[in-house]
Ligand binder design. Sequence first.
Ligand SMILES: *[C@@H]1O[C@H](CO)[C@@H](O)[C@H](O)[C@H]1NC(C)=O
Ligand SMILES: *[C@@H]1O[C@H](CO)[C@@H](O)[C@H](O)[C@H]1NC(C)=O
Ligand SMILES: *[C@@H]1O[C@H](CO)[C@@H](O)[C@H](O)[C@H]1NC(C)=O
Ligand SMILES: *[C@@H]1O[C@H](CO)[C@@H](O)[C@H](O)[C@H]1NC(C)=O
Ligand SMILES: *[C@@H]1O[C@H](CO)[C@@H](O)[C@H](O)[C@H]1NC(C)=O
Ligand SMILES: *[C@@H]1O[C@H](CO)[C@@H](O)[C@H](O)[C@H]1NC(C)=O
Ligand SMILES: *[C@@H]1O[C@H](CO)[C@@H](O)[C@H](O)[C@H]1NC(C)=O
Length: 400
Amino acid sequence: MAARYLVPALAVAGRAVAQSCSNAATTTIQNAGDASALASCTTFSGSIAIATGTTDSIAINGVQSITGSLVATNVTQMTQLSADSLTTIGASFTLADLTILSTLNFPRLSDVETIDWEALPALQGLSFTTGVQTANALSIVNTQLNTLDGINLQTVDTMVISNNPYLEDVTMQLGNVSTSMLIYANGRNVSAIFPNLEWAATLVFRNVSAVSIPSLASVNNSMGFYSNFFDTIAAPNLTSVGGSLSFVSNTDVTKISFPELTTVGGGLQVANNTALETIDGFPDVKTVSGALDFNGAFTSVMLPELADVKGAFNLQSTKNIDTACSHFEPLSGENNVIKGTYTCSGEEASPSGVTTGSGSGSSSGSSSSASSTASSSANAVYISGASGLMGVVAAIFGML
Ligand SMILES: *[C@@H]1O[C@H](CO)[C@@H](O)[C@H](O)[C@H]1NC(C)=O
Ligand SMILES: *[C@@H]1O[C@H](CO)[C@@H](O)[C@H](O)[C@H]1NC(C)=O
Ligand SMILES: *[C@@H]1O[C@H](CO)[C@@H](O)[C@H](O)[C@H]1NC(C)=O
Ligand SMILES: *[C@@H]1O[C@H](CO)[C@@H](O)[C@H](O)[C@H]1NC(C)=O
Ligand SMILES: *[C@@H]1O[C@H](CO)[C@@H](O)[C@H](O)[C@H]1NC(C)=O
Ligand SMILES: *[C@@H]1O[C@H](CO)[C@@H](O)[C@H](O)[C@H]1NC(C)=O
Ligand SMILES: *[C@@H]1O[C@H](CO)[C@@H](O)[C@H](O)[C@H]1NC(C)=O
């Protein structure tokens, strides 16, 4: 009786291990044969992982849709991963610690729930002909990618692009970012270009050479520019920022231009932009609900429409700012435009910002000390060390 079943069993073994097209757990691919055994699965219901010891190039050909995740982590001997027909990955496309992976060929891929790639030191480009247009979360950290050609999202919840030292261009058709986008520590000459971006919850740009956000109309939460290399930053269509707006340590910036901005729901911080002499980029700002905190080496400050600062007002510069001080001082008195502590001080050896929390020193020579305010100062969403999606979560919830 057993003999009757022997023949089909051997036939299967002769091709490869038979693979089912569904698996409630994860199907693990060990070699090229395991991958080609999936070719008859138009839809694979479940997740697929590549075993860490895999040395073959893996081609998951024929499969059009994977309902779960596609995962390759710590597969240190695999050079190529491809899928000629795959259009959709229902959950995560996770690649991590793939030391020699140099070819990623997914010509049809367009929809992925999450892209989470980290530590791909041999990956220089993508062969994604159609291009990924839909992903809720995207994290690309520590790769050798030169471009993101092949990834052009229309909307995203969270996006992190960091530590890709050869990346020179991040251009996407993104219309909105519902949670956050962080771009930092990529190529020295990287441009961040978002021609269609209309609104975003949180945006953080660090170490970027150019930022283009011509359509941005509102930022629901916060936006910050830190240690960038651009000489001009403009948001020509931005009218409101729900939280804080920060410009810190952009050492080359000589012009900030936010001509339509009227309200800032948190702090407005312009700090340590050492080449910025004239702060005239906020001609329509009326309301700042946190602290207004400018310190640096500027000589003039123009805020002609300023009508309400709920937090502290701090201007400190290494240069003489007597003209600005005599203009703003009356606003802290009977006019009651400035509700918090007023500080205005020029020719400071080390201009300082509004301190939050208690007891830190005030600079000598200030006309009054910069004191804490209950309102938020422009807190940095800074995530040094943290990376990937956890970094975004940490940054949003202020855990780091
Ligand atoms: C990576 O895989 C190797 C064996 O292939 C194993 O020794 C090592 O512990 C794994 N590293 C991680 C971080 O999982
Ligand atoms: C987000 O952007 C996409 C692409 O531009 C657009 O289709 C969608 O309507 C936008 N959603 C909202 C809520 O603005
Ligand atoms: C930086 O990029 C700009 C274009 O964005 C290009 O003109 C310039 O040559 C690049 N500089 C370097 C050093 O690569
Ligand atoms: C990148 O930005 C971080 C944080 O703002 C800063 O500490 C770092 O020095 C910058 N790196 C370069 C190369 O400018
Ligand atoms: C700027 O905003 C106006 C109205 O809010 C809109 O009509 C216009 O298309 C926007 N400009 C850009 C470049 O998006
Ligand atoms: C952000 O603001 C825009 C424009 O006001 C709005 O359409 C969008 O729904 C807001 N997004 C969130 C996540 O609140
Ligand atoms: C500005 O630079 C000074 C001196 O390098 C530093 O102590 C201070 O923390 C910086 N301020 C901000 C807001 O980064």
